[in-house]
Design a protein around this ligand. Structure first.
Ligand SMILES: NC(=O)c1ccc[n+]([C@@H]2O[C@H](COP(=O)([O-])OP(=O)(O)OC[C@H]3O[C@@H](n4cnc5c(N)ncnc54)[C@H](OP(=O)(O)O)[C@@H]3O)[C@@H](O)[C@H]2O)c1
Length: 322
């Protein structure tokens, strides 16, 4: 698979979001299936895997997903880029402890679960009331320790990014981004391009909407399924967004590709620093999404898709500022 640079890291052009093996999209597969799915993705050329300490069934407990990723990739560790994330809230930092100490505690626990002595890309998952400058300084120290190769932030605006960047240059920003969620285009992506920071879109297929497989009749699962509250997946918004789904289908048919692949190819064409991490717990669709790297839009095709997308109103929104 083609590769891209995010910061100093070289990764496959499409990465793999591993969250759904533990949380977020209903019933989780058994561990054996998840491990095989991750290994298949590696076998298909994927070298960029995304997890987080918090991804566990029902978000209760810690590390379910990191353990699966660690088991799946242990044998090929030196050939892959592992990204994980920590939550850090002010009350967690006891009097007298430094932010560095607190972050390092989280990192060491993640490294143990991931069966590694170094994390390639370590993100702060959300702003948790700890000054970003202190987090940036701690991340810089962890790089000096050789415990992480790069660091990133998730769901942040350009002001936070800039304050962090002044202290310890960032490797990547992981915000929500897709054809129906384009807040990042205004300021964050231009800033990242200028400062050689990678952009790692999460939910790049809009939680499945852009695949065209979700209709008003689709029933989501009752337990631990974010699709019950993702605004774009309310019945009214599925109907409202149908012109975008139809547009993708038209291009998919023309390019002998799938709608999900076209939605990923669109962002890959648009920005050189973007590496999406689609998520799926289905072995076939994981490979389908990785193969978006093979779907090349010509400049003319891209411009036509972009112009027609710009004419569509988007129904439902959950960008980083809302
Ligand atoms: N930083 C953050 O705050 C944050 C938040 C959310 C997620 N993430 C990360 O980003 C990754 C991706 O996010 P996401 O899982 O929301 O992304 P997504 O790929 O936009 O949405 C996943 C949903 O789309 C469906 N889907 C994916 N590919 C499909 C295809 N080709 N055809 C039909 N349906 C398809 C999946 O169903 P099936 O499983 O049935 O295929 C699943 O229901 C996560 O795994 C996680 O690592 C980070």
């Amino acid at each position: 698979m083609k590769t891209r640079k995010i910061g100093e890291l070289t990764v496959s052009e499409v990465g793999m979001g591993c969250m759904a093996f533990s949380h977020g999209y209903g019933k989780i597969p058994n561990e054996g299936y998840s491990i095989e799915a991750i290994r298949n993705a590696y076998g298909h050329g994927c070298t960029f895997f995304d997890t987080a300490e918090i991804y566990s069934p029902g978000l209760s407990g810690t590390g379910h997903n990191e353990r699966i990723v660690g088991k799946a990739l242990h044998d090929v560790r030196e050939h892959v880029v592992l990204a994980t994330k920590l939550f850090l809230e002010r009350p967690q930092i006891r009097n007298g402890d430094s932010v560095y100490y607190a972050v390092r505690q989280h990192l060491e626990a993640s490294m143990e679960r991931l069966q590694t002595d170094m994390v390639d890309l370590y993100y702060l998952h959300r702003m948790g009331g700890v000054p970003i400058e202190e987090v940036a300084e701690a991340m810089g120290l962890l790089m000096e320790d050789g415990l992480i190769r790069g660091w990133g932030l998730s769901q942040v605006d350009v002001d936070v990014i800039d304050r962090a960047q002044q202290i310890t240059p960032l490797t990547a920003i992981q915000n929500i981004y897709s054809m129906v969620e384009r807040d990042m285009e205004a300021e964050v992506i231009p800033y990242c391009l200028e400062h050689h920071i990678g952009v790692v879109p999460f939910s790049p297929i809009a939680s499945g909407l852009l695949s065209g497989k979700i209709t008003t009749k689709t029933k989501f699962e009752r337990y631990d399924d974010v699709r019950n509250w993702v605004p774009q997946l309310s019945r009214a918004n599925i109907v409202g967004n149908q012109p975008i789904i139809d547009l993708l289908k038209e291009f998919a048919d023309k390019k002998h590709a799938t709608s999900a692949q076209i939605s990923l190819a669109w962002m890959l064409h648009k920005y050189s620093n973007v590496v999406p991490i689609p998520g799926s717990k289905n072995k076939g669709r994981i490979i389908e999404n990785l193969d978006a790297s093979e779907v090349e839009l010509t400049e003319e095709e891209f411009q036509s898709l972009e112009e027609r997308l710009n004419q569509c109103r988007v129904y439902g929104h959950r960008g980083f500022s809302r």
